[in-house]
Design a protein around this ligand. Sequence first.
Ligand SMILES: Cc1ncc(C[n+]2csc(CCOP(=O)(O)OP(=O)(O)O)c2C)c(N)n1
Ligand SMILES: [Mg+2]
Length: 693
Amino acid sequence: MAVSEQILTSKQLQTLSINTIRTLAIDAVQQANSGHPGAPMALAPVAYCLWQQFLRFDPEDPVWPNRDRFVLSNGHASMLLYAILYVAQVRGTNPEYESTGEYAITLDDIKRFRQIDSKTPGHPEYRLTAGVETTTGPLGQGVGTSVGMAISAKWLATHFNQPGFEIFNYNVYAFCGDGDLMEGVASEAASLAGHLRLSNLCWIYDNNRVTLDGPADASFTENVGERFSAYGWNVLHVADANDLDSLANAYRGFQQNKDVPTLIIVDTHIGYGSPHKHDSNEAHGEPLGEEEVRLTKKAYGWPEDAKFLVPDGVLEHFRQGIGKRGHDLRQKWVTLFAEYSKKYPELAEQINQMQHRELPDGWDKNLPSFPADAKGMATRDSSGKLLNALAQNVPWLMGGSADLATSDRTRLKFEGAGDFQAGSYGGRNLHFGVREHGMGAAVNGLALSKLRSYSGTFFNFNDYMKPSVRLAALMEIPSIFIYTHDSICLGEDGPTHQPIEQLAQLRAMPEMMLFRPADANEVVEAWKVIMQLKHNPATLVLTRQAVPTLDRSKYASASGVAKGGYVLADAPGGNPQVILMGTGSEVSLCVSAYEQLMAGGVKARVVSMPCWALFEKQSEEYKKQVLPPSVKARVSVEAAATLGWDRYVGPTGKMIGMHRFGASAPIKDLLKKFGFTTEKVVEAARESIAQSQ
Ligand SMILES: Cc1ncc(C[n+]2csc(CCOP(=O)(O)OP(=O)(O)O)c2C)c(N)n1
Ligand SMILES: [Mg+2]
């Protein structure tokens, strides 16, 4: 402490350092001729104070497991983060999550702000830039994700800490702006964080009362502090963002509160120091312009013509501040962890495995397999059994549902699984309440904290959480999104609950591994693939209704799921006249049509296609084996929008799917009305054969 206090008396150096952050942001935005300089200018002292004095973070190892997390939810202020990563001299990491020793961000990277292949894209991107804890930009996502990170910290502490061994005790800080706090996802997340009493969570609100369109009071007039108080948060106020003592007091106030999360409302002036009145009606999401850059630098007492200037002493100042403090904290932890590893080798090994996203030995033991059964079971039920078996083998597999756990079968029921609630932070069943979007963001926060995390809801309500699902894909993190009630076959709840276009939407999403398994044994195989994913999120789409468990002695093994698509049933000799293909509940329909066609002398093949993304990754040779180009008669069957199937059925193929929203009715009536019957599939097969000749 003595060292940093000594440094803090050097007011000049502080101002110089803060203005370095400001002018780097100004110059980078000006050079890129795009971006937002205003928020970084105003928030520079807020970030400076946090990083230099409070953040428990070692720039030498940005993936130290017990580091405090810093999230920039107002991602348009990305230059603030890049500048601080630069001045703090944060090191890079490799894909194995090891520190490389090289700098995460160099001055050249800052000069290449927003340029092709740079480490400084317009908004901070996890995986691209070390030190970026999560991708932000879509407002509200960062704060939403921070709740998952805080949940993780509480769980990790409860699971791993032992008397005398506080292995996990990190805090999560998130900067946010008016836009973040207007977004629904932030409200869901804040409500959940308050309920869970996540005292390790601190949001810092840039209260500048300005958004892109002008004064925030055109649309945002509530008392934010009172709202957060009502959520059960500790609300603190800093009246001047340039008052480092008040800021430090507020951060201390957060750290001292051991009961509930903290919101620090910081009153700021966007574009602080610039001669323009940015709290007027003008747009500010753009560079200042050369002239204003000069005037602003003048106001800071900065050389007006200097560009990307980092004055002597600034980098050293950060080395003496966060550098030394972070280094010491981590060294202490490393020593502690070495002792812990001797005393609790199994727990230590779990931590090591988690950090590298590895699975523990025996992760796939005792997985059920399912005997043939014409009546079968719903894939939500087989999935529930799998999840429970896997979670007993993988202690850090946890998640929950948006108030549908009894329906979506995501509940962990074995002894000791427990509920995660305020004060019982070791539980592995999360209760997200009816907050799908908040759930999606939180599940990403857990995944970023190296837990294997899943969510559950009805498939149609993917729409309510899709922005978070998309970010999981963009970040290439292995969040698992479980959805049941996967088609019109959910029945009487009707078209409001019946997904139509959701499969096509998620299949179009890069990096997403979407599985719609056909029966219980495909569910087993899908889960095996999903558990081994390290850099892709998964979507698991499951039925409410029972589907037959296929006789695998008669048909091909479900292990073909690992290739995304496989020949399930074939004409003897493998020279079919027609290929029937589908996913999920419609695969059995293809099989019954196949039986009928074969009985009628038509040589048919059934291809089950549970994961298109995986199928596309197979060799051309394999793909041609499954779908021989010479076989032009093809039928796809899926109780959803047909978009995308044309790729597989070709010009003479037929697609049986949904061309309108569904209807509220018993399942048998829906299947008949919308043509999901054996007769229709057989008819389409015969037509396609005729047309392809
Ligand atoms: C979900 C979403 N909607 C819209 C935008 C576009 N956008 C970027 S910044 C911004 C204004 C945000 O205002 P505020 O959070 O107050 O930030 P400030 O302008 O004060 O820095 C908007 C609308 C976005 N990034 N994300
Ligand atoms: Mg604002």
